[in-house]
Design a protein around this ligand. Structure first.
Ligand code: T1G
Length: 653
């Protein structure tokens, strides 16, 4: 039964049991409607407690029902039934109360939350706005500024913050149900219903207007964010019933939109990886992680593990490097503490789980070792040969290489079934994407352990086969090559970057290169020069910039010149581009932004199709996850393969 009801004296306890996250499915909605009627029909029931089994309160409407014709009772009807019930309901929240889950809770007369609970309205992340009264009830419980941030930002708040704001009436100490029973006993039924409360207007109209404008500007084309801002604004101005009707109309319009279909596609695709059969083995424990190399990547990986509660043993080539690595990791952790990602107590506890060494011996305690040294195959092979002798026989050995052959690395250890690729993206403690590179002879439980490790670090994991550049860097190289062709054909770096920003990328491909440093790719191009196909078009402009020492931001000039750290178009670069065009006899063409983006996206799609045809990626959703999580492809466009499917369907229609 998705919903059960049991009597506890003059209190009824309504329990939702709908794994994995108690989504408000059709069965749950029906069960709740019946519970409202049963409790209201029983004069002996004075209060009702709404709770959930399992790990969380209701995590929202059931996303899996979105593609089907909606079935009554609709969630707004259930929410209204609870709010208008004669018998007052109390929500006992643990885990997360999100979207429709929080809307159900706000229909109750009161809310009590476990101290580690989170409450939010993340609908904008699915291209929606709350569709069951969330935008109208929330500003009646919390200040308008908080409501606007929660609805348009889509991020949950913790129980303590929710309590301070007025969203929950109590934070339970100890047993949640017992605390809810105490609250029920003191509930009289005279408490105001949420919609009967006045809205909590903003403290200052001008700053509220500025907050709204800033949210809309940051949306970068995502319609749901602007719609969320307008919905909260309406709730502050209109009578509740009119605001509810307008919210529902806006919700239904967004639900039918391409952007919402795209965002729901990405949401489900990000979770599909871990349901891959190769991830179904039994994971090994990975409580203690060794990290080899404490440079930018190694330090970021170590920090990501520490922030996820793991123990880290970092190894560098000598004492001085180990000390420098320890300081690098510590400064990342201090920054995380300053940002409130960890509190001071956690920050201190992390320190006790971290050590840096100039020798391999401590790695005998590691369950998983991640090599993050520089990209030289011989050096990596030597490291793995050493790891083979110093680590436990069942310790998993991973390489963070971004393009080298993981099968070749695995061949250096006696048991290659314990070797896998874990390709992090820089900065490793921030970027969500993690490519799990699956070599030929790896064991299933090692892949399953990598998937469980990714989930523990809250990473978005994608399985990749072994090839040069795996999925992400292969596709990035392809569209970066196309961008080089574009500037030889007539565009300038600023044209390409503007087109990409207007498309929804956080930055363009040339700005990105200046940020990462042009010298890294230059070194790779020089390494590959001998094997490059002489018949393939080659653009030498980036090489010429590097020959002048223009490596990007770090040298004050690259594709752009940097004045006060701001990129400025540089006539010297334009002259260099003109000279290259002339040398090749290219008459520059005028390239409008949509033509630029068509070529950039097509380059992604054609390389992605090769990656799929070669079996390197399992499905088009993996490509979209890689491009949105790894390279800032706008999530509300769904990714290059989602776009291709829409284009192909349009052509077929
Ligand atoms: N509906 C259906 N299934 C869901 C779901 C949902 N809302 N949320 C998660 N799942 C599934 C997910 O697909 C996965 O399935 C499993 O649960 C574990 O998820 C009217 C219309 C709750 C914080 O946007 O943020 O309410 O792969 O791997 O990392 O206004 O899931 O195991 O088969 O993410 O512990 C609003 C979305 C909906 C919340 C848990 N709610 N979910 O994170 O586990 S719209 C959301 C999450 C709405 C109303 C509107 C997270 C989580 P499987 P997981 P997790």
């Amino acid at each position: 039964m998705a919903v059960t009801l049991e009597r506890d004296g003059d209190c009824a306890v309504v329990t939702i049991d709908n794994p994995p996250v108690n989504a408000a499915s059709h069965a749950v909605r029906q069960g709740l409607m019946e519970a409202v009627a049963t409790c209201d029909a029983d004069p002996a029931v004075r209060t009702v407690i709404l709770r959930c089994t399992g790990r969380t309160f209701v995590a929202g409407a059931d996303i899996r029902e979105f593609g089907q014709p909606p079935k009554e009772p609709h969630l707004p009807d259930v929410v209204a039934a609870i709010e208008t019930a004669d018998t007052p309901w109390i929500a006992a929240i643990h885990g997360t109360a999100l979207g429709g889950g929080l809307e159900l809770a706000m229909a109750c007369r009161a809310r009590i939350a476990a101290d580690d609970a989170k409450l939010g309205l993340p609908e904008v992340n699915l291209g929606l706005i709350p569709g069951a009264g969330g935008t109208v009830r929330l500003p009646r419980l919390v200040p308008a500024e908080t409501a606007l941030t929660m609805v348009a930002g889509g991020k949950p708040v913790g129980a303590a913050q929710a309590h301070r704001a007025g969203l929950v009436d109590e934070v339970a100490e100890g047993d949640l149900l017992a605390a809810a029973r105490d609250m029920a006993r003191s509930t009289t039924g005279d408490e105001p219903r949420t919609l009967e409360r006045p809205v909590r207007h903003p403290a200052d109209a001008d700053s509220f207007a500025a907050q709204k404008a800033k949210l809309i500007a940051k949306a970068r084309g995502q319609q749901s964010i602007e719609a969320a801002v307008h919905a909260v604004a309406r709730a502050l101005e209109l009578p509740a019933d009119e605001a509810l009707a307008a919210e529902r109309d806006a919700f239904l319009e967004l639900k039918a939109s391409d952007q919402s279909a795209a965002l729901r596609h990405i949401f489900m695709a990000e979770r599909a990886t871990l349901s891959d059969p190769r991830c179904k083995g039994r994971p090994h424990p990975f409580g203690t992680v060794g990290v080899i190399g404490g440079g930018t990547m190694g330090a970021g990986i170590a920090a990501a593990c520490l922030l996820s509660g793991l123990t880290v043993i970092l190894v560098e080539r000598d004492g001085e490097a180990a000390q420098a690595a320890h300081e690098r990791v510590s400064s990342i952790l201090d920054q995380s503490a300053r940002r409130g990602i960890v509190d001071e107590t956690m920050r201190a506890a992390i320190g006790n789980r971290f050590s840096a060494h100039d020798g391999y011996a401590p790695l005998s305690r590691a369950d998983l070792v991640i090599e993050a040294i520089f990209e030289e195959m011989d050096v990596k092979k030597a490291v793995f040969a050493t790891l083979d002798t110093v680590t436990k026989a069942d310790a998993i050995l991973a390489t963070n290489t971004s393009y080298l052959d993981v099968n070749a690395i695995a061949s250096t250890v006696a048991d290659p079934s314990r070797v896998i690729g874990l390709h992090f993206f820089s900065p490793a403690h921030i970027m969500k994407l993690l490519e799990i590179v699956v070599p030929d002879r790896v064991a299933d439980d090692v892949v399953a352990t990598a998937a469980a490790f990714a989930k523990r670090l809250r990473k978005t994991a994608v399985l990749s086969g072994v090839c040069d550049g795996f999925i992400a860097n292969r596709i990035m190289s392809a569209y970066r090559r196309e961008a080089d062709y574009l500037i030889e054909d007539g565009a300038l770096p600023a044209d390409v970057d503007r087109a990409m920003r207007d498309f929804g990328f956080p930055m363009g491909v040339f700005e990105m290169q200046d940020l990462a440093g042009l010298d890294i790719a230059w070194a790779m191009r020089k390494r590959r020069a001998a094997t490059r196909d002489p018949n393939e078009r080659y653009v030498a402009i980036a090489d010429k910039l590097c020959e002048q020492g223009r490596f990007g931001r770090k040298t004050g000039a690259g594709w752009y010149r940097y004045e006060d750290a701001k990129p400025v178009a540089d006539p010297e670069v334009t002259a260099l581009i003109d000279a290259e065009r002339a040398r090749k006899g290219i008459e520059p063409a005028s390239l409008p932004d949509d033509a630029i983006m068509d070529r950039i996206v097509s380059a992604m799609q054609s390389e992605a199709q090769k990656v799929l045809d070669e079996g390197i990626a399992s499905g088009p959703g993996d490509i979209d996850v890689v491009m949105t999580s790894g390279y800032g492809f706008p999530r509300w466009r769904g990714g290059p393969m989602f776009m291709k499917a829409r284009q192909d369907a349009g052509e077929r229609a």
